[in-house]
Ligand binder design. Structure first.
Ligand code: SAM
Length: 352
């Protein structure tokens, strides 16, 4: 992947960030930070890390290239100083990174909400330690309750039952309410979406139905495979009446709907059919320390070189601020069949 030279190198430093909301060229504040702690995963979900590409010859990042917990924690502190309110650990599969609770503990004192997105496969083992270390909440990806469909989608023959055990362990550890993410792919698992809604109705946990996105360049994305969120809502509404509710905060990714009978809420994430670029407040820090201001980016801004060259907190803060302030992207608003073919960075690398 192309590396972009640190943007302050070789020219006068941008004005120091002086507090207050940090805004990009479209006035979007930087509120959320997603940190990818590994580019590796123990699943090979067909829409994310297809086995034909991520096979035994695929070259994942060597350990020396990935940020250490100390480096991540230092940068996270600077992000919080710059106004970040929520940090999400992701990947790859974050729980395959050894000793993750240690990182959680290092981040837990920063004052930001701390969450984790996981495929749930190792959650039963780690939920208590993560909660003890200070994790606030967890999002578990689960694409079907039908075991055969789920095993085929994760392409690792991993059973649904063990993800459900992971969710139970998270609840027992106090990481509630759990969010459950289901990527809906037409003809693959869309027949299961009502069953998924039914399973979590009345539990206090929140299922979010995600449109299949053209992230990366390897998942063979086609518009025909996308089930628009409007259709998801229509299909669930035919069984239990739904009504829209306000976002919890400006820029929330999921659009919220509640059951009219009071049995809780669901969410839909409609990156393809209802672009939410105008309120996107997310910065991403990749496994090897590059900044990405868009999930659909083709390249990032290398922060690690500056970090490892001994830069001060102030220099790192200025660099991060300048990247955000120079941000212009709005990929989902300009998506076409042509842009979908661009060589974009893989989601497992950039952090989902
Ligand atoms: N391994 C963790 C997990 O499974 O949740 C974290 C990383 S994963 C890349 C984060 C989320 O991105 C998961 O919910 C996954 O289903 C979703 N995802 C991956 N590829 C996607 C795609 N092409 N379209 C929509 N969502 C996708």
């Amino acid at each position: 992947m192309k590396k972009v030279i640190p943007i302050l190198a070789g020219r006068a430093a941008a004005p120091r960030f002086a507090g207050g909301p940090l805004a990009d060229t479209r006035g979007r504040p930087m509120r959320d930070l997603r940190i990818s702690v590994t580019d590796r995963c123990n699943f090979r979900c067909v829409y994310c890390m297809p086995r034909e590409v991520f096979d035994s010859s695929y070259r994942f990042l060597p350990h020396s290239a990935i940020l250490s917990f100390e480096e991540i924690a230092r940068l996270a502190g600077i992000f919080v100083d710059l106004g970040v309110k929520k940090i999400r650990l992701t990947g790859g599969e974050p729980l395959v990174r050894r000793d993750l609770p240690r990182l959680v503990q290092m981040l837990s004192s920063l004052g930001a909400e701390l969450t984790l997105t996981t495929n749930g496969s190792l959650l039963a083992k780690h939920a208590a330690a993560l909660a003890d270390a200070g994790l606030d909440r967890v999002t578990v990806s689960l694409d079907s309750l039908d075991d055969a469909t789920f095993r085929a989608m994760n392409d690792a023959d991993f059973p649904v039952a063990r993800v459900l055990e992971g969710i139970e362990a998270a609840v027992a550890a106090g990481l509630s309410p759990v969010k459950i993410n289901m990527v809906v792919k037409r003809g693959t698992n869309d027949a299961d979406l009502v069953a998924m809604a039914e399973r979590w109705r009345g539990t206090g946990h929140i299922v979010r139905f995600i449109e299949f996105m053209d992230v990366g360049a390897t998942n063979g994305w086609r518009m025909d495979d996308v089930v628009p969120s409007a259709e998801v809502i229509k299909r669930i509404n035919q069984v239990w009446a739904l009504e829209p509710i306000d976002p919890n905060y400006p820029g929330e990714v999921a659009e919220r709907w509640r059951y009219a009978d009071g049995a809780g809420e669901i969410g839909v994430i409609s990156s393809v059919t209802q672009a939410f670029c105008s309120s996107c407040n997310r910065m991403r820090l990749s496994t090897e320390g590059s900044l990405f201001t868009c999930l659909f980016a083709q390249s990032g801004h290398d922060l690690k070189t500056l970090l490892r060259a001994g830069a001060s907190d102030e220099a790192l803060r200025d660099e991060i601020a300048a990247v955000w302030q120079g941000r212009t992207d709005r990929y989902s608003e300009i998506r076409t069949l042509e842009t979908a073919k661009r060589p974009k960075v893989e989601m497992s690398y950039i952090g989902g």
